[in-house]
Design a binder for this molecule. Structure first.
Ligand SMILES: Nc1ncnc2c1ncn2[C@@H]1O[C@H](COP(=O)(O)OP(=O)(O)OP(=O)(O)O)[C@@H](O)[C@H]1O
Length: 296
């Protein structure tokens, strides 16, 4: 299935939360949705689920607008979580599975499978509010998964998890994506997003500023080049094509390169000054890119 977000706009009073947001999440793709606080991630996800109406634009799954029937095929982990605190874990998950149309025995099997997989099988008889926050989050993930969703939409599923829980969550999301499910999740943990996601979308002030694979985004940002050419005179790199900034770190020259700069031209210029002992190009990390994109 493909999830298409087509030109969504949303205002709250005179505040524009979304301003023509477009992107798609493809079958089998793990899509990281990143942006500063208040950028519009939760608003977008709520509109995908149909719990909030857009002022303009449309959400489609495999080309079909999201109506009640389609909505039942989505697994959703809301930011505000929304489990019943006093209900027992097993009962709650079974109830949610039944609500999505599973038979009694299917619901039972699904709850058993997912609580086992997520490491909360021993807690099915406990009430949700007696669990640690991390375990409540695992239950929340189980709630998004018990009905075998065809699309997964998760609002900050990693926030507050310990490293082991992060690994469990990561594995489950990767597994769902491998099964062909489009998975979108929001996160402020950009190292995690960079490591896990096939593609990333960066939203800022209600507009998508960049969408692509991490490599595509990184090659579209400024790169840093460190050159150790000890005999090079000061200023040797000034004015070379694509060099936007030059700094010195002892003997080394640290250059900022515009996207698409031919580094071999720079190597040639460096060699003309004498020996070159180090020449290392570093693409920006997702965190650096994020700062660049959001500041622009
Ligand atoms: N119910 C509401 N009434 C008024 N304004 C709202 C409402 N919900 C969200 N907003 C505003 O809409 C904008 C987008 O908010 P949204 O919650 O979608 O951001 P977000 O990217 O999910 O942020 P965060 O990372 O902090 O969760 C923000 O400026 C927010 O203050």
């Amino acid at each position: 299935m493909t999830l298409t977000i087509d030109n969504l706009s949303k205002r709250y009073g005179d505040k524009t939360a979304l301003d023509g947001v477009n992107f798609e999440v493809r079958p089998g793709e793990l899509f990281g949705f990143v942006g500063s606080n208040g950028a519009g991630k939760t608003t977008t996800m709520r509109i995908v689920l149909g719990v909030l109406a857009a002022d303009a634009g449309e959400v489609r799954i495999d080309g079909r607008p999201v109506d009640l029937d389609v909505r039942r095929t989505i697994g959703y982990m809301p930011e505000e979580r929304g489990l019943y605190p006093k209900m027992k874990v097993g009962k709650q998950l079974t109830y949610l599975a039944r609500l999505h149309g599973l038979s009694k025995s299917e619901a039972h099997d699904a709850v058993e499978r997912w609580t086992e997989r997520l490491g909360i099988a021993e807690r099915v008889g406990d009430t949700v509010d007696s669990l640690s926050l991390g375990n409540q989050q695992r239950v929340q993930l189980a709630a998004a998964l018990v009905h075998d969703p065809k699309v997964l939409v998760l609002d900050e599923p990693f926030s507050g998890l310990d490293p082991v829980a992060v690994d469990v969550m990561s594995e489950v999301l990767l597994q769902k994506a491998n099964d062909g499910v489009p998975v979108i999740f929001s996160s402020h943990q950009l190292d995690l997003v960079q490591r896990l996601c096939d593609r990333v979308g960066i939203i800022s002030a209600g507009r998508m500023r960049a969408v692509g694979t991490v490599d595509e985004l990184r090659s579209g940002g400024d790169a840093t080049l460190v050159v150790h050419a000890p005999q090079a005179p000061a200023g040797w790199a000034h004015g070379l094509p694509g060099v936007t900034h030059v700094e010195y770190d002892g003997d080394r020259t640290v250059l900022t390169l515009a996207p698409g700069t031919d580094d071999q031209q720079i190597l040639k210029a460096a060699l003309e000054t004498g020996p070159v002992h180090e020449f290392s190009l570093r693409q920006p990390s997702l965190t650096e890119l994020f700062r660049e994109v959001v500041a622009a």
